[in-house]
Design a protein around this ligand. Structure first.
Ligand SMILES: Cc1ncc(COP(=O)(O)O)c(C=O)c1O
Length: 270
């Protein structure tokens, strides 16, 4: 039997059958030959394929209408927190669940009618990108399989899609395509990975096991325009925010640590 490490014995013993862990092909055949069927187990969150199709089609219709109406909506309604909270109602935790047929469209309407839209053609307030319709469908697809990309065996195709995407991004920016790389959840996490890589490059492998206690105080140089991810990284990875040396940026400067402001930062530790 192929039993993932840590798999709870309770599940193996349930019904006296090895009924709900990862079957490999031959094992699957073996079960079939022995007439052991896949047990039916229904959980409260379960939707039948028919119901999923109906709810999904309705939601996609609702989203399509929303996308079509986006440019005619206000960028934001400008409602107060009290007004928004009143729409949700100030009830306690419900005793019972709600039928998805009502819950989904109602929640969609609340979001469509009471949000600030990054994707509105007149939204110029911040860098957050528009929601991409193709991305919406891709998220749905990814959620349908919900692969655990923590290990290749747990997600063969998703892992390879990730690896191929990394190679393509490398190719796009002229980086060696035999590089490593990861898709992560967003800008902070991406920068954290780079920060940790830099820390390891400067301190070597042992920093991982011995920590930072025995090292000389570390410094991080960043332009004064750097996003707040850097304070979070300095805190999370043990340097402390006092380790950051802010390099002033000229008002007309591009906002990064460019040549005009850099010379003072070299040769000494501020
Ligand atoms: C340079 C930089 N790092 C990190 C972030 C934060 O990204 P996220 O919210 O995806 O973690 C931003 C977002 O503005 C950013 O510009």
């Amino acid at each position: 039997l192929y039993r993932p490490e840590g798999y709870h014995q309770r599940y193996l013993e349930q019904d006296g059958l090895p009924n709900c862990y990862l079957p490999r092909g031959s094992l699957d055949d073996d079960w079939r030959n022995r007439g052991i069927g896949v047990p039916e187990r229904v959980s409260p969150l379960e939707l039948s394929p028919t119901e999923f199709r109906r709810l999904g089609h309705e939601l996609v219709d609702q989203i399509s209408d929303f996308l079509g109406s986006l440019r005619d909506r206000p960028v934001t309604t400008g409602e107060t927190p009290a007004e928004i909270r009143a729409l949700l109602g100030r009830t306690g935790l419900p005793e019972t669940g709600a039928a998805p047929a009502a819950l989904l469209p109602d929640t969609a309407r609340l979001l469509f009618d009471h949000s600030l839209f990054n994707g509105h053609p007149r939204f110029m307030g911040y860098i957050t990108s528009s929601a991409a319709p193709l991305g919406m469908l891709a998220d749905l697809l990814a959620a349908a399989v919900n692969p655990n990309v923590g290990g290749w065996e747990l997600s063969p195709m998703a892992s390879e899609i990730e690896a191929q995407t990394v190679r393509w991004v490398a190719e796009l920016v002229g980086y060696p395509t035999n590089c490593g790389g990861l898709l992560v959840s967003g800008g902070n996490t991406a920068n954290f990975v780079c920060f940790l890589t830099g820390r390891r490059a400067m301190l070597g492998e042992t920093a991982r096991t011995t920590g930072l206690g025995v090292t000389a105080p570390l410094r991080v140089y960043a332009s004064a325009g750097t996003h707040t991810w850097i304070q979070k990284a300095a805190d999370l990875f043990g340097l402390g925010t006092d380790a950051i040396r802010w390099i002033p940026v000229a008002p007309t400067c591009c906002g990064s640590a460019c040549g005009r402001t850099w010379p003072g930062a070299t040769g000494r530790s501020w």
